[in-house]
Design a protein. Structure first.
Length: 243
């Protein structure tokens, strides 16, 4: 399957590109949240660099997987059977990635809720290399999920590549603004961590061949964010009246 950009001569291909690009951005939210939270452990001057580097690596992983579509298809073939169910390499990656994300997120919540005096000082002791390594590990999991979605929606490689590149450019542009907003509001941080726990369970269940439509998850997140924004607005209004 080669790159054939002549497919963009039809309106249908542009509609497919727009739809897939939007879906890739939505699917990238969990990746973006993880990168934002991990980067907060770094010194302030290195945070922006880590976020952008993390998303650039995510883009490279996605493009690499797109160049290996035949291998990706083979990756979904059964590897072994357990309790009457077949499991592929994809199942193993999603399950292990979900467990990894769950453990890291619970650790983050524990750190943020522990009232020890040294908790605040230890928050930024992670090295740049360690942060990038964590980002690379979770990038691999989310990249596989993203590419399988793209392959399921369209058949033209040019549209897949274009959609992945466009969605990652959008996220690279906005990642630092989103991260600073999350860092500024502790309640948003906790909401993001709760969302990552939910995503971790979905990855684990997907690895066990129990698929859950992510549309329900994203609807719940949007509703929770709307409520939180209303709370922030109400608090800001109350503070203004007190002044």
């Amino acid at each position: 399957m080669g790159l054939d950009f002549s497919v963009f001569l039809s309106l249908e291909s542009w509609l497919a590109l727009g739809t897939l690009s939007f879906l890739e951005i939505i699917l990238g939210i969990d990746n973006l949240l993880f990168i934002s939270l991990i980067s907060q452990k770094l010194p302030d001057q290195k945070q922006d660099k880590a976020r952008v580097l993390g998303l650039i690596l995510a883009l490279l992983f996605r493009l690499l997987m797109l160049s290996l579509l035949s291998w990706i298809a083979h990756f979904q073939e059964p590897l072994f059977e357990l309790m009457g169910q077949s499991f592929s390499g994809r199942n193993v990656v999603l399950f292990c990635g979900g467990v990894f994300l769950l453990v890291k997120t619970i650790g983050e919540i524990h750190e943020k809720t522990t009232k020890k005096p040294r908790a605040q000082t230890s928050r930024k002791k992670m090295s740049f290399g360690s942060a990038v390594a964590l980002i690379v590990m979770i990038d691999l999991v989310f990249s596989l999920d993203s590419i399988l979605t793209a392959v399921g929606m369209v058949s033209e490689l040019a549209i897949m590549v274009s959609a992945v590149v466009l969605s990652m450019i959008v996220m690279i542009i906005f990642v630092n603004r989103i991260s600073r907003f999350i860092l500024k509001h502790p309640s948003i941080q906790m909401l993001a961590l709760s969302f990552l726990i939910l995503i971790a369970f979905i990855l684990i269940l997907d690895g066990l061949n129990q698929h859950i439509d992510r549309a329900y998850v994203y609807f719940a997140l949007c509703f929770a964010l709307l409520v939180e924004f209303l709370n922030l607005r109400s608090q800001k209004s109350a503070d203004t009246q007190e002044i």
